[in-house]
Design a protein around this ligand. Structure first.
Ligand code: APR
Length: 257
């Protein structure tokens, strides 16, 4: 008689050592259960706004007021007290605290939920919604208030150049050298809540694999590049991320036993 698999099979042992560095890539999906919108889901931001209008240098040059209105609304949304880090952000912050090999979180998100949860080894490769930058002199400062084309830069005094410190399509993401070095060196690469549509982040799994890392996708559904990952776990971030971090905790505990 054929035997059935058990209802909750034990996941395979992770082929990593506790001294291996970990790189985690996150996208909008990790913040969805905190109440923030994703981009490419049917109810996502790009279903109701044209990215060419609000997320390109050309769109900003054409209509700065429209771009400011878009980011002002998102900034106000992020500052709503109801928006808080969720169990997935918290699990990654805990991982940084107990993993001997070191953890780098690289996020495509411009929200501050990883930092609020306690992640400190963190790169915002697409910038930060709570920072503003002067396009004229490059000065970057914290900014929680609405921005407008009439605002003057506190550093150079010029008006018209103040913009969100957010990387737009056609611009180069931040800290790519540091990210590349970390991907080449890591023993585990985990991608969480990203559709794998936007480069260069979509190529990180290949870079990590080239360096010999184990690769894992944690996403609500298979992403564009799901087949590139050695392991794929699909479900909501608040369930699958804490469970996966639990497996890493077991690896760390075994090493010290
Ligand atoms: N848990 C886990 N994954 C989720 C959840 C959830 N609760 N909800 C949605 N997802 C998944 C979706 O299935 C999708 O694959 O998160 C992914 C979100 O994909 P996108 O909306 O494309 O967001 P992201 O990949 O972060 O976009 C990358 O595109 O427009 C730009 O600059 C923007 O940084 C952004 C970049």
């Amino acid at each position: 008689m054929p035997t059935r698999p058990p209802p909750n099979p034990t996941p395979p042992a992770l082929p990593i050592r506790s001294t291996d560095p970990i790189v985690v890539l996150t996208g909008a999906g990790i913040s969805r259960e905190s109440g923030l919108e994703t981009f490419r889901d049917p109810d996502g931001i790009w279903a109701r706004v044209r990215l060419e209008d609000v997320a390109t240098p050309e769109g900003f040059a054409r209509d700065p007021a429209q771009v400011h209105a878009f980011y002002n609304a998102r900034r106000r949304g992020l500052l709503d007290p109801a928006i808080r880090p969720n169990a997935a952000h918290a699990a990654l912050a805990a991982l940084e605290g107990f993993w001997p090999g070191g953890v780098l979180v690289v996020t495509q998100n411009v929200d501050d939920l990883h930092a609020r949860a306690g992640s400190r080894s963190l790169i915002h490769m697409h910038g930060e919604l709570l920072k503003v930058r002067c396009a004229d002199c490059g000065a970057t400062t914290d900014g929680r208030a609405d921005l407008s084309a009439a605002d003057a830069c506190a550093a150079c005094g010029r008006t018209g150049g103040m913009r969100p410190h957010v990387v737009w399509f056609g611009e180069v993401p931040l800290e790519l050298d540091r990210i590349g070095a970390a991907l080449a060196d890591c023993g585990l690469f985990v991608s969480i809540g990203t559709s794998g549509n936007v480069w260069p982040a979509a190529g990180f799994v290949r870079e990590a694999r080239a360096g010999g890392a184990h690769t894992v996708e944690l996403n609500l559904e298979p992403s564009e590049g799901a087949s590139l990952f050695a392991e794929r776990i699909h479900g909501p971030a608040t369930a699958v991320v804490p469970a996966f971090v639990g497996r890493l905790r077991a690896v760390a505990a075994e090493a010290t036993a």
